[in-house]
Design a protein around this ligand. Structure first.
Ligand code: GCW
Length: 712
């Protein structure tokens, strides 16, 4: 690409001006102006009123100004249009073609036969004559409908397009920011953040770049996210003050995100009545404590009327909680739920509770058991505005873990599944690791056995009353939002899966590619699409191949969790061990001879996981300690599998890097270069993983590689 072309490409892809005079320009992620070309070239009529309708108007106006289209807001005269976005109760328009398109949408809803309800966020898209109509009952539905039209590009105007209703499966689709207000001495500004500083906070104060926050809200709305928490679940002194003295800082964020339909939640300290209120106790059954929370919560709602609620990490990794007072987690969660209930708020109460002062010599304590042991007995005791938020796996966001049995153990509780978009254990946004397929596997898992209900069903709940999906966010103040430009796809995919947990992750990735690298802005759109799929589709499995084998987990460097550290956690207090010796490796979690963790699953999986003969290969070492010569279902032995996958993983990463090189000149140069640089690091790091893991197991087992490759 010559310099002129590169300037042109940049104009197509970047917003024209820095969002704030002092701030650098930010990559538009999956909403480059060019993605709005199809919409912006059309004649659009918007009908209805409301804050979010104004947002839609703003979006459409910008697109039309750029690409020559036109926009009218509830005109009192007849106009010729290609697209109408209308609230259903906004009254008639003096326009027969538009009314015909509206009637087509209404007819489609009647045909659905369930009253055709759209809810607060749904919409229907229909065609009549030459007009496409998007109808919604509420402004948020129009906003989601608008972004759907953007995603569809020209297909939204295809005369043959059948009408379709769209509604989110999950009511709450939430991101948790582990952002610290004050820089933490070890964890920094963002705990487990791999994309620079926080977009909200800097050095103990609000960052003040609300334009960027607004842009973030726009990105989130366009993929369906409707809630965020703005501070780390580890709540230190400064962060605790957000609930009281510094509530104004939270309100500012809420004001900026409101036009995009996003509600703000806050992580709070369970000890707040003591730390902030000066009470002698935070005992959940103490009357003064209840009064304190009620008053504090009322003040929050006075300031932020649509405040979402609280997020709590209690009795976990040093955070205060109800155990201090001899109470359980239902007592704790219900205390906050009671304070939030009059205002319609919810408390997200995390189930990530375990003993982090374990003795590695003790093989009977099993961290994987902890969440179930603490929470399953409490089923039925939580108030209806409590959501118990459960990490998807029983240990900790590993590259491969079984699905947490807690998700199937609390039928009388609203449970949410918690995913990690920030790539703490999956390459820290230096490695390409597209997580859509992994999340989708989790959501499709059937805890009661094949053909039964799925995790998606559990978190959806009856009448959409389930706890929804939550994920730890991966953005920062980085130019590309996510450090690795391709990690933007994980954020996008999370939102889309939270809207529809049954969606196909490859199709979602395809949407992301089309939006982020619009075909009209590249010389060879097919090459770009194919290359991105080749690099990203299977990248999570590639990552799995060159890191910890067969579900054993935790072979990372202690502290930063990046790179190989095979024995890094083996003799620590964290409860994450692999027990490799000269004969074998893995954790015996069977009922027969191990920790009994398999017994936490409903009977089908309890049986499957119980025996090494039936346990799926990819989870074998999570559930069993087996000899190196154990033969897998694949026909390979455990030791040979380790060697083969590690050699294969590095070859795949090398191939990724080669494929990426084919895109020189095809896409924005700054994206190209950032990814190229990170792929170099991925090759380096994967090689290190391969050599350390292979060498470690060769030295332990003494078994040579059948194919005689280099092991040290
Ligand atoms: O994975 C671990 C992380 C901690 C994190 C904790 C949690 C916020 O290493 O940094 O703390 O999980 O989920 O609470």
């Amino acid at each position: 690409m010559n310099a002129e072309e590169s300037v042109e490409l940049e104009q197509l892809m970047f917003v024209e001006e820095p969002m704030d005079g002092d701030e650098p320009r930010v990559h538009p992620a999956w909403l480059p102006p060019e993605a709005f070309r199809s919409l912006g070239a059309r004649r659009v009529l918007l009908h209805g009123e409301g804050l979010l309708v104004d947002t839609v108007l703003n979006e459409v106006s910008r697109a039309c100004a750029r690409y020559g289209g036109r926009v009218w807001h509830s005109p009192s005269w007849d106009v010729d249009v290609d697209l109408v976005l209308a609230l259903r109760d906004a009254g008639e328009l003096p326009n027969p073609a538009v009314e015909a398109a509206r009637a087509a949408g209404e007819a489609a809803l009647v045909e659905l036969g369930d009253g055709g309800t759209l809810g607060d966020e749904g919409f229907v898209l229909a065609r009549a004559g030459d007009v496409t109509a998007v109808l919604a009952d509420a402004p948020a539905g129009l906003l989601y409908g608008l972004f759907h039209v953007v995603r569809l590009c020209a297909a939204a105007f295809d005369p043959a397009r059948p009408p379709k209703r769209h509604r989110p499966a999950l009511r709450r689709r939430m991101l948790n920011h582990w952002d610290n207000v004050a820089v933490h001495p070890v964890m920094g500004q963002v705990e487990r953040g791999y994309a620079g500083g926080s977009i909200f906070w800097r050095d103990g104060r609000p960052r003040g770049d609300l334009a960027r926050v607004r842009e973030y809200g726009r990105l989130l709305a366009s993929c369906g996210v409707n809630a965020i928490s703005v501070n780390n679940v580890n709540v230190a002194r400064t962060e605790a003050l957000l609930l009281t003295e510094r509530l104004g800082d939270v309100a500012e964020i809420a004001d900026v995100l409101r036009p995009y339909g996003i509600r703000v939640h806050l992580s709070v300290s369970f000890a707040a009545p003591v730390v902030l209120g000066g009470l002698p106790t935070a005992d959940p059954l103490d009357e003064a404590v209840r009064v304190w929370w009620a008053a504090a919560t009322r003040r929050v709602y006075d300031r932020i009327p649509d405040f979402g609620g609280y997020l709590v990490k209690a009795d976990s990794e040093g955070q205060p909680g109800p155990f201090t007072y001899g109470r359980d987690h239902a007592d704790g969660a219900n205390l906050l739920a009671e304070a939030l209930a009059p205002h319609g708020g919810v408390v997200h109460w995390r189930a990530f509770v375990y003993n982090h002062h374990q003795d590695w010599r003790d093989r009977s304590t099993d961290r994987a058991r902890a969440a179930y042991d603490h929470f399953a007995p409490l089923d039925g005791r939580f108030r209806t505005n409590v959501v118990v938020q459960v990490k998807f796996g029983p240990v900790d966001f590993q590259t491969r873990e079984p699905v947490s049995p807690v998700l199937a153990a609390m039928p009388a509780t609203r449970v949410a599944v918690e995913l990690q978009v920030t790539q703490e254990y999956t390459g820290q946004q230096r490695h390409v690791c597209h997580l859509g397929p992994w999340w989708s596997e989790v959501l499709r898992f059937t805890p009661w056995g094949p053909g039964g209900r799925t995790i998606a069903d559990v978190v959806t709940g009856e009448a959409a009353a389930g706890g929804g999906m939550v994920a730890v966010a991966n953005v920062g103040d980085d130019l590309f939002w996510t450090g690795h430009p391709l990690a933007q796809a994980n954020l996008y995919t999370f939102g889309r899966l939270a809207w529809d947990p049954r969606a196909d992750p490859t199709a979602i990735l395809d949407e992301w590619i089309t939006l982020t690298f619009p075909p009209s802005a590249t010389a060879d759109a097919e090459l770009v699409r194919r290359t991105l799929h080749e690099i990203m589709d299977d990248s999570w499995r590639t990552y799995e191949r060159y890191t910890a084998p067969l579900g054993v987990g935790f072979m990372v460097n202690p502290g930063d969790h990046y790179g190989p550290g095979v024995d890094g956690y083996e003799y620590t207090r964290w409860g994450t061990y692999h027990f490799a010796d000269r004969d074998g490796v893995g954790v015996d979690r069977s009922r027969a001879s191990g920790t009994g963790f398999t017994g936490q699953y409903p009977s089908y999986w309890a049986q499957v996981y119980e025996s090494p003969e039936t346990c799926p290969d990819e989870l074998l070492l999570f559930f069993h300690h087996v000899p190196y010569g154990h033969v897998l279902h694949s026909g390979s032995t455990v030791i040979q599998h380790i060697y083969d996958t590690h050699f294969a993983g590095v070859e795949e990463v090398t191939a990724m890097r080669r494929k990426w090189q084919a895109l020189t000149g095809m896409i924005d140069m700054s994206v190209y270069e950032r990814v190229a640089e990170r792929l170099d690091e991925q090759v380096r790091c994967a090689t290190e993983w391969r050599d350390q893991i292979n060498t470690y197991f060769f030295r332990k087992s003494g078994v040579p590689d059948e194919r005689g490759r280099d092991i040290y």
